[in-house]
Design a protein around this ligand. Structure first.
Ligand code: PLP
Length: 357
């Protein structure tokens, strides 16, 4: 289901494929998230989508930005000077450890030693990788991220009056609903730490775009769990920007191969890799702009122009589609263009349109 604003914009576009971003919708969504989290600091995880127009729209609603590389740090600092930054990410170089930031998320005891060796001042959160069950997660952050309790104990005596321990950071999993995130938050907030960054990972359902993460329940839950004076921060990425982006394209061919019906669209997953990386069907709407050969009311697999069987947007979705029709893929605002392999096959790049009213 797309809004009238997106339908009109998609029909007005000249060249496709193109990304269309609904900035007023992002503004409204971010404002709702902000209001649902009273007393909680809200950062945006830039890696979900670093487009300048999105960051500028989010800036008035968030307290800061979480950046995970020197590149993201330079990009956000230039665009929004003075906005607080939390710098995280595994494998930081010495140059990255020297970058000015409001909070530095340290990922290992050795990284802390390298930070101390730079001689800079820093306010540190230790990234804990806790041994907690995360049922229902789309992606869990076990493995090399952060440190276990032994790693945290190793770090504690190393702090100085220049490199100060402020608290804990944890980013546990991706795709969790509010009750699951609150269970994890309960464990992390029930510690002696006065500052806790609970990470991101709020669920986004590509199978049912209308069912949204319950920010109000999460905010109320955090308010109940938080100790007086405890500083609590969250840093969502996907759940802030996924809904405001659309990838618009056109059908160039329809066919049936060994009984299976295919619609081939301009562009492909080198522009929108999300359905391949997540293994889902990307939700879409067909606008009847075509007058070519048709597939009618039957299961259709929608693919792009790449010469690989992986170039699939959605499998066996019952729909009607003709050559020349416009296809609007929804939920393409996060981990979409910026995670895709743009140069594979050297097709043209998509256009980018930012709707402002
Ligand atoms: C990726 C990431 C986030 C954002 O995760 P989402 O699932 O997009 O909300 C937040 N914090 C850290 C440390 C991350 O690596």
């Amino acid at each position: 289901m797309i809004t009238p604003r997106i339908r009109e914009a998609a029909l007005r576009l000249g060249d496709v494929p193109a990304y269309v971003y609904d900035l007023p919708a992002l503004h409204e969504h971010a404002s709702g998230v902000r209001q649902a989290l009273p007393g909680i600091e809200l950062y945006y995880a830039v890696k979900a989508n670093p487009a300048a127009e999105l960051l500028q729209t989010l800036a008035e609603h968030v307290d800061g930005f979480e950046v995970s590389s020197g590149g993201e740090h330079a990009h956000v600092s230039a665009l929004l000077p003075g906005k607080p930054l939390a710098l995280g990410g595994p494998g930081k170089t010495d140059a990255e450890l020297r970058l000015p930031c409001h909070r530095l998320h340290v990922e290992s005891p050795n990284e802390l030693r390298r930070l101390l060796a730079t001689g800079r001042e820093a306010d540190v959160l230790l990234r804990l990788n806790p041994d907690l069950p995360v049922e229902g997660a789309a992606l869990t952050m076990s493995g090399p991220f952060g440190m276990d309790e032994a790693g945290v104990r190793e770090c504690l005596p190393l702090f100085t009056d220049r490199v100060r321990l402020r608290g804990l950071h944890s980013h546990l999993a991706s795709g969790l609903d509010a009750p699951s995130l609150l269970r994890l938050a309960g464990t992390l907030l029930d510690t002696e730490h006065d500052e806790v960054n609970l990470g991101g990972g709020m669920a986004v359902s590509y199978a049912s775009p209308e069912s949204r993460f319950d920010w109000r329940a999460y905010g109320a839950g955090l308010a109940a769990l938080r100790r007086a004076g405890q500083r609590v921060r969250v840093e969502p990425g996907r759940a802030l920007t996924a809904y405001c982006g659309y990838y618009v394209t056109k059908v160039v061919d329809v066919k049936r191969v060994r009984g299976e019906a295919y619609a081939i669209v301009l562009g492909g997953t080198h522009h929108l890799r999300t359905p391949v990386t997540k293994g889902h069907d990307q939700p879409f709407t067909v606008l009847p702009t075509g007058d070519g050969p048709a597939l009618t009311d039957e299961p259709v697999t929608v693919v792009g122009q790449l010469c690989t069987p992986k170039d699939v947007f959605a499998r066996k979705i019952v729909t009607s589609v003709r050559v020349g029709d416009t296809v609007v893929f929804e939920m393409a605002g996060a981990y979409a263009w910026n995670i895709s392999h743009h140069d594979f096959l050297m097709h043209p790049k998509p256009g980018f349109h930012y709707l402002r009213d």
